[in-house]
Design a protein around this ligand. Structure first.
Ligand code: IMP
Length: 419
């Protein structure tokens, strides 16, 4: 699917946790370079390789493929303690992680203990007024806020004790919740990470010029985009496909394909609107079968039907060239499966055009759920889609006007089909 001299973007089309990790892992087998461009360790990708469960939060999944270069772009926010530990864990699992196959842009901003404290403190205050976002508590928002305030610390500032001390002198608030012991540990983490620092923008541009295949590993998802998601119940970075090139400093001309990833049902962690949300025994059944607990925080995910209205809207905004459908096997055996096909005005009963842009617009509508026949098996003995499952796939494709190219048939690396 990847093409020489082009980039392919893999991005979540729902609220995250669509199974992007598995897809990126599969595609990375054919990629020369894999890039992370936004978010931080609020993301968590889980893959199963030869019976081994591997969870990454910051390191691109191309690290599991020999000869693949992995880049963390300037748009990512990095907790140096987490990144060090993650690199060591991947090495312990038997994979090579060296400055040859991992590059970190010195312009990426650093998450400090102070940012995590601000994140928790703001959430506690919001909770009291019933308006908590349900953040992952990793300090992501405050770090992007520091970047916007222009008083943040960047990975390049960690490259020597003198640089770090100069940055702390300029912005003394950064040392809050960073006692002497932790400061020493930060310096140690910095020493470990400094050899990985390199201009990721240049590496990406040169790779395209040399006809290499680039893969962008999306984190979070369209409905959590800070501008186009369900604000304020969103993350703090831009996720839409139009922002991806900016997260590493590559020309948007390099992007050839945008693969939107969906799950056969919806999940959401944290607060905010979710059309078609389920409650009761079906909610519990799907959560348990789909192991729908946050890879980062362990929180149980909210469960709902696939929202085709949101997907159609995001297909337009993001220009998905194709879709990938994940985790349909979790719904095997259900008599019928719901999909949200309209939002209806609570007062007038009229159907909404587009997608709600404000909280008031969300409050004004009710979702309309259509039920389609369920399936026992997704594929038959010849690896062809079974009739009821093919009808479900067709319903999605026709509604959103985008073809499904990749279908995952189980959690393992080899369980998928190209359509
Ligand atoms: P933050 O990104 O930690 O500030 O959290 C903001 C919102 O985004 C919360 O609802 C989180 O649960 C959600 N969120 C952030 N990252 C992810 C992710 O990778 N998957 C799913 N939800 C996420």
């Amino acid at each position: 699917m990847l093409k020489k001299g082009q980039a392919l973007v893999v991005m979540g089309a729902q609220f995250g946790d669509e199974g992007k990790g598995k897809l990126v892992d599969v595609l990375a087998a054919d990629a020369d370079v894999v890039c992370r461009v936004q978010g931080g360790n609020n993301a968590g990708h889980t893959v199963y390789v030869a019976g081994q469960k591997i969870v990454t939060h910051l390191v691109p999944l191309g690290i599991l493929r020999k000869g693949c270069i992995n880049l963390i772009g300037a748009g990512v926010v990095i907790d140096p303690f987490v990144l060090c530990q993650e690199i060591k864990e991947i090495q312990l699992a038997g994979y090579n992680v060296t400055p040859e196959n991992l590059g970190i842009d010195p312009r990426a901003h650093v998450i400090l203990p102070y940012h995590k404290f601000v994140d928790a403190d703001r959430e506690a205050k919001r909770s009291k007024s019933g308006s908590a976002i349900g953040t992952t508590g990793r300090g992501i928002g405050p770090t992007y806020a520091s970047r916007a305030y222009r008083d943040g610390l960047r990975m390049g500032d960690l490259s020597s004790r003198e640089n770090l001390e100069a940055a702390f002198k300029l912005n003394p608030h950064m040392t809050e919740h960073l006692d002497e012991k932790r400061q020493t540990e930060l310096v140690e983490a910095a020493e470990f990470l400094t050899p990985f620092l390199k201009d990721a923008a240049l590496v990406a541009a040169r790779s395209i010029a040399h006809k290499k295949k680039l893969l962008f590993e999306g984190a979070q998802a369209a409905l959590l985009d800070v501008s186009f998601g369900t604000y304020p119940f969103v993350t703090s970075s831009q996720i839409v496909s139009g922002s991806v090139a900016g997260g590493i400093g590559l020309s948007p001309h390099a992007i050839g394909q945008i693969l939107g990833v969906i799950k056969a049902y919806s999940t959401r962690v944290g607060q905010g609107p979710m059309a078609g949300e389920l409650s009761g025994s079906l909610e519990h059944k799907i959560r348990d079968l789909g192991k729908e607990y946050g890879a980062t925080t362990g929180r149980p995910r909210r469960i709902g039907w696939l929202d085709l209205v949101a997907l159609r809207y995001q297909t337009v905004v993001n220009g998905f060239t194709n879709l990938a459908l994940m985790k349909s096997d979790v719904l095997n055996g259900l008599e019928s499966v719901g999909v949200v096909v309209a939002y209806r005005d609570k007062r007038t009963g009229s159907y909404m055009k587009g997608w709600p842009m404000t909280n008031a617009a969300w409050d004004a509508v009710d979702p309309v759920v259509e039920f389609v026949p369920g399936w026992n098996e997704m594929v038959d003995g010849k690896n062809k889609l079974t009739k009821p499952f093919a009808a479900y796939v067709k319903r999605i494709e026709e509604f959103v006007d985008c073809r499904i190219k990749f279908i995952s048939t189980g959690p393992k690396r080899e369980e998928f089909i190209w359509v």
